[in-house]
Design a protein around this ligand. Structure first.
Ligand code: ADP
Ligand code: MG
Length: 559
């Protein structure tokens, strides 16, 4: 028996497509604009390959118009156009991509920006359209054709009229129902915001007729509406511009325009890579803590673009939790997109990018710490908990990465932060451990009886006033082979000439100690003579590695 070809049940496939590939019907405009941009790119490519042809930039644009009365939206381009067979192939067969074919036929590899590849984006129009008309004239044909479809019942192609090459797509919006309203797509602000969000960096102008207001010629006190054609997109993304042409103001404007934050960012990081994987990124360290940063509602992530087209709003895989405060974007042409362009197929490339960006952020922070200490202090005031959580999180997997970025105030100067490295460099010759004291505030710590004895020896003490501090340090355990020790720990390792004297005293006072122990036994485990007290008669010490303060925190935790 002869082999039978599979025939796709187009109706059902279309239905499936429309209702399950995309999660967000807004993207139909992105898809139509991307196709229009591809169509212009193809003309551009052809003129590049043909020295008798010129590409006049002014002739190439995309135009959106709206007819409110008839509830239609049109997207027009001056691109390569389609003839009858192009329409049959590319608009008649689901999952056939003329653009992918074009790239193959012309052996186009990297550096050329054609967006299309899956052959499904066009049909996303049916998420909002009850009928779609495509009027097109191919650059290689003198006839124009009209393709029409109401979706499930197939399509019709007829000869038509159009003076120049290019394509006009008309969307007849679906009727509103009680559940679904489509009228918003007729509104200028909606279309403008969709273009800004998804297609801002399409390289050809996306124009739209917009209504504006001006004082009347003869009556300056009153206003009149007038129509103007406006280019909605910025076209050249700032991240593709040369770094030395950009000013700090440009970066801050971009930050504000994109609503990454409402503050003035503390730092921007513009970086690109050209190796195994190509990408460009602009990241920012905000100066203010997002209001919900430490809550479950907070979503970290960078915007992800593929060739200038927005794919994901907040791609969380790009940032580790401890740098979750970083905002910004990445654009890469090397991503394997999922068919809906809403997610990725493989995360291998993404992981690689994430790793590089992580290194970059760390280097920038390290530089700031070394060279712009005031900025770093400001940053640290705002985001220190995130870094300290980072050390504690994931079983300490990232502790080496982060230990040089954390700082504490100390007995040396309670107003100033010190890094662990700086602390260690100041350690006295006979000092064997790194000391810390935990308390609610610096004032309370300074009143701790246990600190006196160490301060007397000229040892510096780190002040832990944040609950997470001691947890982070417990994970670190040591820094440059020096062990962290709580001042309230019973086994502080200091040279002790008075040890014998204490043993003597303990023997003498045994009965008193025993009595005290008996009275307090429900709360304490031992009473001993201490050589660590000066002006205070008693103090509470912790056995083992946990301080009294940390015990309190642990006890307060829900179990
Ligand atoms: P893709 O863009 O991934 O190829 P689409 O479903 O969006 O898939 O479009 C299918 C094909 O239809 C395109 O590859 C292209 O060949 C053709 N096409 C769509 N829109 C246009 C247009 N405005 N001008 C010329 N060709 C177009
Ligand atoms: Mg497409």
């Amino acid at each position: 028996m002869a082999k039978q070809e599979f025939k796709a049940e187009s109706k059902r496939l279309l239905d499936l497509m429309i209702n399950s590939i995309y999660t967000n019907r807004d993207i139909f405009l992105r898809e139509l604009i991307s196709n229009a941009s591809d169509a212009i790119d193809k003309v551009y490519y052809k003129t590049l390959a043909d020295e008798n042809k010129n590409f006049n930039k002014e002739d190439y644009y995309i135009q959106i118009s709206v007819d409110k009365a008839n509830r239609t939206i049109t997207v027009e381009d001056t691109g390569i156009g389609m003839n009858k067979s192009d329409m049959e192939d590319n608009l008649g067969i689901i999952a056939k991509s003329g653009s992918l074919q074009f790239k193959k036929d012309n052996e186009i590899k990297d550096g050329f920006d054609i967006i299309g590849q899956f052959g499904v984006g066009f049909y996303s129009a049916f998420m909002v359209a009850k009928k779609v008309k495509v009027l097109s004239k191919s650059i290689d044909d003198d006839k124009a054709y009209l393709w029409e479809s109401e979706g499930i019942d197939g399509y019709e192609i007829s000869e038509s009229e159009k003076s120049s090459n290019g394509t006009i797509i008309t969307i007849y919006l679906k009727d509103n129902t009680d559940e679904e309203k489509y009228d918003e797509y007729l509104e200028e602000y909606k279309l403008r915001s969709l273009v800004k969000k998804y297609s801002d960096f399409i390289r050809y102008p996306i124009k739209m007729e917009v209504t504006k207001s001006r004082p009347k010629e003869d009556d300056k006190d009153n206003y009149e509406d007038y129509i103007e054609i406006e280019t909605l997109n910025s076209m050249v993304p700032i991240w593709r511009k040369n770094k030395n042409e950009l000013t700090e103001e440009d970066y801050i404007n971009f930050y504000n325009e994109k609503h990454y934050g409402f503050d003035k960012p503390l730092k921007y990081i513009h970086t690109s890579a050209d190796g195994v994987i190509r990408y460009t990124s602009i990241m920012y360290i905000p100066s203010m803590l997002p209001f919900n940063y430490y809550s479950k509602e907070f979503k970290k992530g960078l915007e992800l673009y593929s060739n200038g087209v927005l794919i994901m709003d907040k791609c969380s895989e790009l940032l580790p939790d401890y740098f979750g405060f970083v905002v910004g974007m990445v654009d890469s042409e090397d991503l394997s997109l999922n068919i809906s362009r809403e997610t990725l197929q493989h995360d291998r490339q993404l992981k690689l990018i994430a790793k590089r960006l992580n290194e970059k952020i760390k280097n920038e922070l390290t530089n700031m710490l070394k060279n712009k200490r005031e900025d770093y202090d400001k940053f640290y005031d705002t985001f220190s908990r995130s870094l300290k959580f980072g050390i504690y999180d994931n079983w300490g997997m990232n502790k080496d990465e982060l230990q040089d970025l954390i700082m504490f105030k100390s007995s040396l100067d309670k107003e100033k932060y010190t890094t662990l490295e700086e602390y260690v460099s100041r350690m006295k010759d006979d000092q064997k451990e790194i000391y810390y004291a935990t308390g609610e505030s610096v004032e309370k710590i300074e009143k701790m009886p246990q600190t006196e004895f160490l301060l007397d020896k000229g040892y510096e003490i780190l002040y832990f006033t944040d609950e997470v501090d001691e947890f982070a340090i417990q994970v670190l355990r040591t820094y440059k082979e020096k062990e962290f020790k709580s001042v309230s720990s019973s086994d502080i390792n200091v040279d002790n000439t008075e040890k014998e004297k204490n043993e003597e005293k303990a023997k003498e006072s045994k009965s008193m100690l025993d009595e005290m122990k008996e009275i307090l036994k429900s709360n304490i485990s031992d009473v001993v003579i201490s050589n660590r007290l000066k002006s205070y008669p008693v103090c509470i010490s912790a056995k083992g590695s946990v301080s009294v303060e940390m015990e309190k925190t642990l006890n307060a935790m829900p179990t």
